[in-house]
Design a protein around this ligand. Structure first.
Ligand code: T3D
Length: 262
């Protein structure tokens, strides 16, 4: 029997998903998309999970679409609009709109949709051996999976266009310098560092984190008046939560708070 293309593990309140087709640098095929969807559905049903950590097995993080499934002969063509609409777009929107924070530990090369799936996560930490490649221009496509949305927002127009048009690898160190990702790590230390970040997020009041993610992610679509009004409304809602009351009490009583997610 072939090995599962998606591995799932729960460590405390952290759900760890590992893309697992290492001989293909974890490139996506239809089965892997389906397995990932089912795993995310399951995580969505588990109320005690407070953070999602995504990584890859072997020497790569993800090489995007498995091009072995895109080989055509003669005049035959594949409708990429269909597969992007069915598989990639829902995945990106799911990560973007996730109720829980998402951390991506990029263990090796992240190319094509693989790079853009990583960039859809809240916090990206990459091995110093990793690289990010917007390969699309090299094969006559354009950055999908939210690439044309996230790249200019993360690194500005000049770098987004440079990465997308040239299709050259960007090292993890450069990605960090540019603000494309949060942090780098020595390869051996990557998972420990990523788990520490995920654990720290899982220990914080979840309702507050949810509002932070939403407000910051949606801020690009608002002017200052609109955004400060969103902040006011969110502060109002969060100020009524049990976790805020607990945080203030714990601070004043000099003890560690216990958050319930209410
Ligand atoms: O549904 C749709 O199709 C639309 C959505 C599209 C989204 C996309 O992601 S389109 C972009 C598809 N991805 C690519 O074009 C990336 C192709 N791969 C590469 O450019 C390079 O492999 C990398 C830059 C990622 C890594 O280079 P390197 O030198 O570190 O590794 P390698 O030797 O090229 O690859 C190692 C193995 O993985 C190799 O297999 P082998 O020879 O050892 O048996 C290679 O064929 C395989 N591999 C790498 N990427 C893919 C792949 N096999 C299938 N599909 C891949 N994308």
């Amino acid at each position: 029997m072939s090995e599962a293309s998606i591995l799932y593990e729960k460590r405390g309140a952290v759900a760890i998903i590992t893309l697992n087709r290492p001989d293909k640098l974890n490139a996506f095929n239809t089965k892997m998309h389906e397995a990932l969807r089912l795993t995310l559905d399951m995580i969505g049903r588990e109320s005690d999970i407070r953070c999602l950590l995504l990584t890859g097995s072997g020497r790569g993080f993800c090489a995007g679409q498995d091009l072995g499934d895109r080989a055509v002969s003669g005049d035959q063509r594949v409708d990429l609009g269909e597969t992007v609409g069915r598989d990639y777009n829902p995945l990106i929107k799911r990560l973007h709109n996730s109720d829980i924070p998402t951390v991506c530990a990029v263990n090796g090369v992240a190319a094509g949709a693989g790079a853009n799936i990583a960039l859809a996560c809240d916090i990206v930490i990459a091995s110093k051996k990793a690289k990010f490649v917007e390969v699309f221009a090299n094969i006559g496509l354009l950055p999908d999976s939210g690439g044309t949305y996230h790249l200019p927002r993360h690194i500005g127009l000049a770098r987004a266009l440079g990465m997308s048009l040239l299709g050259e690898p960007v090292t993890a160190e450069t990605a960090k310098d540019w603000g494309l990702i949060w942090e780098t790590a020595e390869p051996d230390a990557l998972m420990d560092k990523a788990l520490a970040i995920a654990g720290a997020l899982a220990a914080k009041p979840p309702l507050g984190l949810r509002q932070i993610r939403k407000a910051i992610r949606e801020s690009f679509d608002h002017n200052l008046d609109e955004q400060t009004e969103i902040e006011r409304q969110s502060m109002r809602e969060l100020g009524f939560t049990d976790d805020y009351a607990e945080a203030v009490s714990a601070f004043l009583e000099k003890r560690t708070p216990k958050f319930k997610g209410t």
